[in-house]
Design a protein around this ligand. Structure first.
Ligand code: V47
Length: 401
């Protein structure tokens, strides 16, 4: 089966649902990964993208009761519930203006007690502080909630938010579209169809958006395939999605805490299958917070071409037991990418290239050995320093790094 899929991929033919299922069931992870890597390199060569961004979660008060969520609090006065004042939210950006992020990514709970003007003011305030900051805010679930709660159409909600400064939408809230799963894990928020309709509407208005899939809980591979197919279908019609981000389920402190987290093999295979099936998505992101920086790094050789950004302060995954740090330094992201043998490309939210870093001459470990040995050679026999350089250069030539 893998042979016929490989042939299809090499001929540039689209994979169907049966192929996608076969890839999820294929035990040879490396074969699936190598095929996805072929496609990834055809599309992006050795480039791997990241950005300078920050996360703000202004409220965790949420009327929905998603089984996987460890972040939300049902009532505004529940222990641990918080809602930022506008001034506190804006301060999150103000205090970072010496090394400012290019993007603010906002995801919130569905708070029943805030006026719609709070969200408009929130966006306006960020733009006052940094007029060129890109605001990637509110999942389709939040947009649908605003429409229902404030009695507006989705178009009106999006238009008013856009007027206030919204630039694009993140991909959260997609979970698993299939109603058999969605009705069990998140029955009281936007349906899968509503999520897709909000994105269709945003694309029609010229806005770019992302898409996610929360995997590794009660869903089957068939449900994952169904999810990918629905996204591919919408993308065929609109072309408005930029990146697909598979999100690994974290079980701590939520209604599915009895389930084990997905394994590294599942993480890498899901990235690879996504790359192969979503032939009309430009980017596959391995979100390092959800997959860990180490898996995200390896994923750059399994189909992913993006690892998200610096983030600074993330709370949804830390509440659910993620051991990833809540932010990564710019230099650390560059190092992860270079060590994977890829060229780090700092991008903006819309994938315009801001800075291209040089590729690593050698894997870091080899470079360390070289640096330890060089001064010794210099001290003992200066002539051999040139020989040492030749040795280093020959390693460079024969190495893919
Ligand atoms: O919508 C919540 C997921 C999402 C858990 O668009 C969980 O660039 C795993 O969507 N285990 C928010 N996942 C994050 C998100 C995102 C992240 C990075 C980049 C982008 C982008 C979007 O996190 C939620 C939900 O699907 N989530 N709880 C959990 N326990």
């Amino acid at each position: 089966m893998l042979d016929s899929i490989r042939d299809k991929v090499r001929r540039g033919e689209r994979l169907d649902a049966a192929d996608a299922l076969a890839l999820f069931c294929e035990p040879d992870l490396l074969a699936v990964g190598a095929l996805a890597n072929e496609v990834r390199e055809r599309m992006h060569g050795d480039r791997a993208f990241f950005n300078r961004n920050m996360r703000v979660e202004v409220t965790n008060v949420c009327v929905a009761s998603c089984l996987f969520c460890s972040f939300a609090k049902l009532e505004a006065d529940s222990p641990g519930a918080h809602t930022m004042t506008l001034e506190d939210a804006w301060r999150e950006l103000e205090v970072r203006m010496d090394d400012p992020p290019g993007e603010v990514h906002i995801v919130n709970g569905l708070h029943p007690g805030l006026p719609f003007t709070y969200y408009e003011e929130l966006l306006r305030g960020f733009k006052r502080i940094k007029p060129d900051v890109h605001l990637k805010c509110f999942t389709a679930v939040e947009i649908q909630f605003f429409a229902d709660h404030y009695g507006m159409t989705v178009t009106d909600v999006l238009s008013r938010l856009r007027e206030a400064g919204l630039d694009s939408m993140p991909g959260g809230g997609a979970e698993i579209f299939h109603p058999d799963v969605r009705s069990r894990i998140s029955h009281d928020k936007a349906t899968g169809q509503q999520w897709l309709d909000v994105h269709r509407e945003a694309h029609a208005m010229g806005m770019r958006t992302n898409a996610t899939m929360l995997y590794g809980h009660i869903e089957t591979f068939e449900h994952r395939v169904d999810h990918l197919m629905r996204l591919r279908e919408l993308q065929d019609r609109t072309g408005g999605f930029q990146a697909f981000i598979p999100l690994a389920f974290h079980p701590d402190g939520n209604g599915m805490k009895n389930l084990p987290a997905p394994t590294a093999v599942d993480d890498l295979r899901t990235v690879a299958v996504s790359r192969l099936v979503l032939d009309n998505f430009a980017h596959i992101k391995s979100y390092w917070v959800s997959s860990t920086p180490k898996i995200a790094q390896v994923a750059l050789r399994f189909g992913a071409d993006d690892i998200d950004g610096t983030i600074v302060h993330e709370t949804i995954y830390s509440a659910a037991g993620s051991t990833s740090p809540s932010g990564l330094a710019y230099d650390e992201l560059v190092r992860l990418i270079r060590e994977a043998g890829r060229i780090p490309i700092e991008r903006d939210t819309l994938y315009n290239v801001l800075r291209e870093h040089p590729r690593a001459a050698l894997p870091e470990a080899a470079a360390k050995v070289r640096d330890r040995e060089r001064p010794k050679a210099k001290r003992r026999l200066p002539v051999t320093d040139a020989a040492a350089d030749v040795a280093v250069d020959s390693t460079k030539e024969s190495s893919p790094w």
